[in-house]
Design a protein around this ligand. Sequence first.
Ligand code: TRP
Length: 354
Amino acid sequence: MAAFTELVFSGVQPTGNLHLGNYLGAVKRFVEMQDRDAQCLYCVVDLHAITVWQDPEALRGQIREVTAAFLAAGIDPKRSIVFNQSQVPQHAELAWVFNCVARLGWLNRMTQFKEKAGKDRENASIGLYDYPVLMAADILAYRATHVPVGEDQKQHLELTRDIAQKFNTDFAGSIAAHGHGDAFFPITEPLIGGPAARVMSLRDGTKKMSKSDPSDNSRINLTDDADAIAQKIRRAKTDPEPLPSEVAGLKERPEADNLVGIYAALAGITREEVLRDFGGAQFSAFKPALADLAVTSLAPIAGEMRRLTADPGHIDAVLADGSARAETIAAQTLDAVKDIVGFVRRGPSLQAVR
Ligand code: TRP
């Protein structure tokens, strides 16, 4: 297998309220990945957002808000590349090539499409059906080797691997002839896990924390202030038992498990370590400790997001700079893909347009 340099890519959709689940499952981990010796690219996936209807003015605001959340949480736009997908045309371009590699049978198995399309599948957009192919293009336009994502994206990452594999096999002769050895695309590793891979609703520990839950008390929004955060944790559903001293004791106790997982993820420790301190404690003692931890970790992010969103010009400049840097990488991939597939092109595409 060819050797690929380590490169991290991930994306977040600008489709409304970011909450604790997005923070612990994605953004906080993106920040941690910056300390690896790897280039990181973090993308606001606006092309994915429009696979379902988005009000144009609201969408523009949400793109800036996700960018602000990235920066407020500690993603450094100098070390990492922070950008929005629609400013880098190679994502859509590579998705077309991948549309011709991926098979109908593969896409027909995607469970997220079935959930999102619901009963009225005839009325779903073609973009929603093609969503996982665009996601493969996002990742492989940079030949990314590692993708931190939530548990729910596992199947999409498998599809990305299948597309890379089939491209490498179908075009093996041409890949070698153009000097790319025995594989052009890496087989990307998903990075799923951590204590908060799945953050559940504060009102029902069996349901995912979600921006579409009608009860605002079910989630902690990244824009909530200290009072709102503390109040939502105080009101979180629990059971009457004290916390167990072993992780095994959290089985069949979804609400307790969720709150312990949130504490662990915020503190950067394991569930075991949380229970070492709080095993045997009542929720009346654990909840205030969790509320304090959540407020000290999250309230500064909310404050910084408010400061950043007050200056959209600065956010737009960060996105423009990141998009230009992303494009220089993606353009090289697309030039190579065009050669491999057998297209005729002008020369190095990026220099040609600049
Ligand atoms: N589908 C992802 C989600 O909903 C967002 C996404 C789009 C993404 N493109 C990506 C995540 C590429 C990782 C890599 O969470």
